[in-house]
Design a protein around this ligand. Structure first.
Ligand code: UDP
Ligand code: LCN
Length: 801
């Protein structure tokens, strides 16, 4: 995003450069000497620290401070361009001439053009396609404080209530229209035609309250229905006299003087959500035998838990409002005929632990219209999605007997399909990213061409931009997913400006100050991940199997390494065998750390041991690397690598089994969007050492409820773990303190109960917002449709399919 807020560092820097040319030259020549056109934050940081060793006062100068604030530098023979991020999501771009040390501020577009020129060697291209959504934001209300980012619904409630106040006063009928539009299968809810104006509504509410006050609290709605209907009220106000009174008083308060709290409480009761479609096409979406396969991890766990929690919440809310309707939740995923022993070839699969929820699978079709039989990686599915959306729409409507009331997209592919569906059906859309790939791979945008064949980021980032901007609201698991930290750029923030040379440059793609962003963190299934101390519930019958898994002999093609001793504490890690998960990194650090090897053994549950069993390029590479590390460090007696996919109850008991033996869980990812394994382990009371890049930074309070490790400094990580284990060996309280704090942290922040309550309230508030502001969105929708037609479609269609 372009500079809006003055950055006090810039005039100070200009003055410093003018007055200290030779000192500045020395610094700049050091940067040039690194001989790289692009320097990242960490490179700049290291460079300045090195310079400060010879020139101690340098650290106090405006130049050093600016370089510390820079996220990126782009350098050629004459210029250094810097991207400064002086506050969360507030950027300034400037350039310094290497001879004269003149400084000018440049626009984001100029900065991106300079990067394009450096990356491709091409000429500056002022007429290259620019994507700029800023003009569409002009009318919108935006947050101003970085501390408010991710709390969009609170902001919206405040805005909505004051707007309602103004507009109701001017005789606005929209609230009335909104209350009248609710119906279920032809049955009117909330209000009927007897009430035609706001004054009549107020009057009817007052009238209805008189007999309601006289009735005993628990008088059921059925006994009150005909009387209420006479006043103009249909079902939906409450299941008994007390609840109806409360709902009506809330509305009377709103008509009198709306406050954010009453508005939220009232809206959260309105029966608006009877069915939800959750879109998640990629990977293997099933209830067993899928986790740990390529592209199949936390998202599947998240959605299945989410479905259970949402269904329970929907059911409860409808029952409280006196509406006897079974809510429906459908997960739209992909039907894979070659199902490899999973249920992914079944069209409809009921979801365990729910009353009425199911997975609805719809196949992909190739260019000739034939059903695609095999699994496809999430990086190669772009050409299939449009046809999929149309087929899915048909099946969804047939299955639900009408439109869903909310569509939730998941990950880039699901969010794009959710955008297509919600536009066509006129339904509210919620996005959940799970992980945005852009920040995971270095220079994934700038050098997109080099990665195109393998990853197709061009289509993915285009899809992301479209989906983020069409969504009515976005749910994230953490703050940093949206807006990063003081030092790091948020995943969503990284879409605010970037360039894919030769394709298009984005000067304003996403604004993290948009009130559509809301942090609603997931939990871990409490029936599966409960504390190791909860003896009554422990799955003792699985212990023999776990002993065999951990300490047994070789398993045919499924394991490598046999632990020589049984008594030592265990380091445990479990993830898909993706490069980013850095399982091989952890094994390498462990292999190199004599002190850690002395303290504990390592158990790795990841991927396959036999590369012949893997159908994924990245996974095969990791398998080969893992074997090489076993050889290189002689790990066969100390590391147990299990190439199996654990079912959840077994995984849950395994965390507890390891906790009981005073072990720890390690999550060493190079980057982790959220990290469900982290909260699972913590929910079992197992202390966690997890990457400081991504979600775990926020989940864990370092040194209190677990520890942060830096995957770029493996030796420090192993020293930290070894030191912890040494202290725990001397003093058992040391381990217990972390374990207890981890449990407390989960209870406070990461539960599905809280999630479902928030999600249901958000969907109502944003639904209301959409209803009262719908007109303002047409321009954006049209712009995005053009972007879809002119960019996404050709990109997707030129892929092999
Ligand atoms: N998981 C599992 N068995 C395995 C591998 C993974 O049950 O063999 C589960 C793990 O417990 C967690 C999910 O898969 O629930 C992985 O989620 P996470 O957020 O850690 O990573 P993702 O795979 O989504 O990147
Ligand atoms: C996908 C990921 O990569 C993880 O970081 C998340 O925890 C998971 O989805 C659930 O949102």
């Amino acid at each position: 995003m372009q500079a809006e807020v003055p950055n006090a560092r810039i005039p100070a820097l200009a003055a410093f450069l003018a007055e200290n040319r030779s000192r500045a030259h020395r610094v700049m020549h050091h940067l040039i000497g690194l001989q790289r056109p692009f320097l990242l934050k960490s490179d700049l940081h290291d460079a300045v620290e090195q310079l400060c060793r010879d020139d101690e006062q340098l650290a106090e100068t405006a130049l050093a401070r600016a370089l510390f604030q820079a996220q990126e530098a782009a350098i050629d023979a004459s210029w250094v361009y810097l991207a400064l991020r002086h506050r969360v999501a507030k950027w300034n771009y400037l350039r310094i001439h290497l001879e004269t040390m003149d400084l000018n501020e440049v626009t984001v577009s100029e900065f991106l053009r300079f990067k394009e020129h450096l990356a491709t060697g091409g000429h500056d291209d002022p007429f290259g396609l620019e994507i700029d959504l800023r003009p569409f934001y002009r009318e919108q209300q935006k947050l101003t404080e970085e501390g408010s980012i991710g709390r969009g619904v609170e902001f919206l409630n405040r805005r909505l209530s004051s707007r309602l106040f103004d507009e109701l006063g001017k005789g606005d009928q929209r609230l009335l229209g909104f209350l009248r539009m609710h119906s279920y299968r032809g049955h009117q809810l909330m209000l009927n035609d007897a009430i035609g104006t706001v004054a009549e509504l107020r009057n009817a509410l007052r009238q209805a309250m008189i007999p309601l006050r006289r009735r005993p609290t628990h008088t059921p709605y059925t006994d009150l229905a005909s009387e209420l209907r006479g006043f103009g009220f249909e079902p939906g106000w409450g299941h008994d006299a007390a609840r109806i009174r409360e709902t009506m008083s809330l509305l009377l308060d709103i008509l009198e003087a709306p406050s954010p709290q009453t508005l939220e409480s009232f809206l959260s009761r309105v029966p608006m959500i009877f069915s939800i479609a959750i879109v998640s096409p990629h990977g293997w979406f099933g209830q067993s035998n899928v986790l740990g396969r390529p592209d199949t991890g936390g998202q599947v766990v998240y959605i299945l838990d989410q479905v259970r929690a949402l269904e329970r919440e929907m059911h409860q809310r409808l029952a409280e409002q006196g509406i006897d309707i079974e809510p429906r939740v459908l997960v739209l995923s992909r039907l894979i005929p070659e199902a490899e022993g999973t249920s992914c070839n079944e069209r409809l699969e009921p979801i365990a632990g729910t009353r009425n929820a199911a997975i609805l699978r719809v196949p992909f079709r190739n260019a000739a219209g034939e059903v695609l039989p095999h699994w496809v990686s999430r990086f190669h599915l772009w050409p299939y999605l449009e046809g999929y959306a149309l087929d899915a729409e048909r099946e969804l409507l047939a299955e639900l007997g009408g439109r869903p009331d909310l569509i939730i997209g998941n990950y880039s592919d699901g969010n794009l399909v959710a955008s297509l569906l919600s536009q066509r059906l006129g339904v509210s859309q919620c996005n959940i990213a799970h992980a945005l790939e852009k920040t995971k791979y270095l220079f994934s945008d700038l050098y997109w061409r080099e990665n195109e064949e393998r990853y197709h980021f061009s289509a993915q980032f285009t899809a992301d931009l479209i989906a983020i901007n069409t969504a009515d609201f976005v749910i994230t698991s953490t703050y940093q997913e949206i807006a990063g930290t003081d030092d790091s750029v948020g995943q969503y923030e990284s879409y605010s400006s970037f360039t894919m040379p030769g394709l298009y440059r984005v000067v304003s793609g996403v604004d993290v100050y948009d009130p559509k962003f809301n942090i609603v963190s997931p939990g871990a299934d409490e029936d599966i991940y409960f504390p190791y101390t909860d003896d009554q519930r422990r799955l003792v019958h699985l212990h023999a199997e776990i002993e065999e898994l951990l300490f047994g002999g070789p398993r045919d093609g499924e394991s490598r390494g046999v632990l020589a001793e049984r008594e030592r504490p265990l380091l445990f890690t479990m993830a898909r065998l993706d490069r980013i998960k850095n399982m091989t990194g952890l094994v390498d650090w462990y292999g190199r750390s004599a002190e850690l090897r002395e303290q504990a053994d390592l158990v790795v549950v990841a991927g396959h041991v036999d590369p012949g069993r893997s159908g994924d390029d990245e996974e095969r590479e990791q398998i080969e690397t893992m074997h090489r590390l076993f050889e290189q460090h002689g790990l066969d007696g100390q590391v147990r690598w299990l190439g199996i996919h654990l079912e959840k109850p077994l995984a849950g008991e395994l965390y507890r089994f390891i906790a009981e033996r005073r072990g720890v869980f390690v999550q060493p990812a190079l980057f982790e969007a959220f990290g469900l394994t982290v909260i699972e382990a913590m929910s079992c009371g197992l202390p966690v050492f997890a990457t400081r890049y991504g979600g775990p930074l926020e989940i864990i309070e370092d040194g209190l409820s677990g520890f942060h490790i830096d995957p770029n400094h493996g030796a420090d990580a192993t020293a930290l773990i070894a030191d912890f284990l040494r202290r725990c060996a001397e003093d058992a309280d040391c381990w217990r303190a972390i374990s207890e704090a981890a449990l407390a942290r989960i209870e406070e922040r990461y539960t599905w109960r809280r999630y479902a309550e928030r999600m249901m309230t958000l969907s109502r508030v944003y639904g209301f917002w959409k209803y009262v502001t719908d007109l303002e969105r047409t321009e954006t929708a049209r712009y995005l449709e053009m972007f879809y037609g002119l960019q996404f479609r050709p990109l997707a269609r030129t892929m092999a399919w």
